[in-house]
Ligand binder design. Structure first.
Ligand code: CTP
Length: 401
């Protein structure tokens, strides 16, 4: 499962660093391309020469190559990697990661990595149990990092307990399973609504909104890549999509979107309501409405609430996910929609967060689940946000089994 995967191994200064020789060997044996970043202290525990030889790549420690002054770009490294595993991760490095301290290459690369990040902690029993360490680990998990739990046993200090870095085989299998489970949506059918709707006023005008459809399309692509068959019900948008696993159905109005969703939902395991559906529509005039000297009134009728109706007919086996884009009382409104529409979870984005919401290429989300869990993510590209949401769907589905 690790064949041709680009893996960055970040080694921090703990005694378990000696195990990274074997870990590197296992990654390489599994067909992965490995680049190793060490913190300055890690070099005291294992020589760069060992890891350079085993990984077949020069070791990266400094921001600049001391020999030729070349810049070791943490951004390029972060983009190159399919996975970043920090092993061993000391309490010190985890503390820095949790609070965005970036005083070495391992940490700057962590902050700019777009790939999944795995963390294998190592430390003494009491350090591990300290509430500050536990809190940092919770923070790191809440950022979407994967923690590979340390094992119990005899520690370097002579104490016995939890804190020993997971064995290289365990870490290697963990990553292998992660990539294998990338197809976890095989045989799953997903209905996604995306984009705005246009409610016709007359042959040349409509009521619309600023939704671009980018979030819904990114979700469709991510799910299709992870094995799902997707039905994408798209309102008017200039976006294109080219994936055999995605069946795109174009609609214009809220009523059209409603009809497609009502007939399709029963054939799907998961529904994701990412569209910005017009709440009101109007009876369209047959001819262009001419202006006159007075104001004119448009009579608006309520549209059908697609999400609410799907929530009402949802079976125990089906999952329904909603979105809430709010400008005020964000959390209260999102939680109300979660309940009223019978969603399994709702993705909140606030117009008050810079870079979030309609049109933008980025988004900042908080997820509230029906089990009263809450997870906040940082501002990311919508493609990355889609990964986070799909990861959450996978976790949620798993917890239902
Ligand atoms: N939604 C829907 N059909 C509608 C209105 C909304 O399917 N007619 C879905 C959206 O796709 C989203 C969720 O319901 O997943 C919440 O949409 P939103 O517009 O935020 O909520 P509304 O119920 O319309 O409430 P309001 O506009 O008053 O905030």
């Amino acid at each position: 499962m690790l064949k041709d995967k680009n893996i960055i191994l970040g080694v921090t200064g703990g005694i378990a660093a000696y195990k990274t020789a074997n870990l590197t060997r296992l990654f390489v044996k599994a067909g992965a391309n490995v680049k190793v970043i060490m913190t300055p202290l890690a070099k005291e525990f294992i020589t760069p020469l060992t890891l350079a030889t085993l990984s077949k790549n020069p070791i990266l420690v400094d921001f600049f190559n001391p020999e030729n002054g070349d810049w070791n770009s943490h951004v390029d490294l972060g983009l190159w990697a399919d996975a970043y595993i920090i092993a061993p991760a000391t309490a010190n490095s985890m503390g820095k990661m949790a609070s965005a301290i970036a005083d070495n290459l391992l940490l700057t690369t962590y902050l700019s990595a777009r790939c999944p990040v795995f963390i294998a902690p190592t430390m003494d029993l009491d350090m591990y149990q300290h509430p500050a360490t536990q809190k940092n680990m919770e923070i790191l998990k809440s950022y979407g990092n994967f923690l590979i739990e340390p094992e119990s046993g005899e520690l370097a200090s002579g104490l016995v307990g939890k804190g020993r870095m997971a064995e290289p085989e365990t870490i290697c299998n963990y990553l292998g399973n992660f990539f294998a489970s990338k197809k976890e949506f095989e045989n799953r059918k997903v209905l996604i609504t995306a984009g705005p709707t246009h409610e016709k006023i007359d042959p040349v005008r409509f009521i619309g909104n600023y939704s671009s459809g980018k979030m819904g399309f990114a979700l469709a692509e991510e799910l299709a890549e992870r094995g799902a068959s997707v039905t994408l019900v798209a309102g008017p948008t200039s976006l294109s999509i080219n994936n055999k696993a995605i069946n795109r159905i174009n609609v214009i109005s809220a009523q059209e979107m409603y009809e497609v969703c009502i007939s399709e939902f029963k054939n799907n395991d998961i529904g994701i309501m990412a569209a910005a559906v017009a709440d009101y529509t109007t009876k369209a005039a047959n001819h262009k409405i001419k202006k006159n000297d007075n104001c004119i009134n448009l009579e608006l009728q309520k549209t059908k609430d697609i999400a609410k109706e799907l929530g009402d007919v949802k079976t125990e086996e089906q999952l329904l996910i909603g979105f809430a884009l709010e400008t005020n009382n964000e959390e209260i409104n999102a939680k109300q929609k979660l309940k009223n529409k019978n969603f399994d979870f709702i993705v909140l984005n606030s117009m008050n967060d810079e870079g979030a919401g309609f049109q933008s290429d980025t988004n900042k989300i908080t997820i509230f689940t029906r089990n009263n869990e809450e997870k906040t993510f940082t501002l990311k590209e919508k493609r990355e946000v889609a990964k986070d949401i799909v990861n959450e769907i996978a976790i949620f589905t798993e917890s239902l089994k």
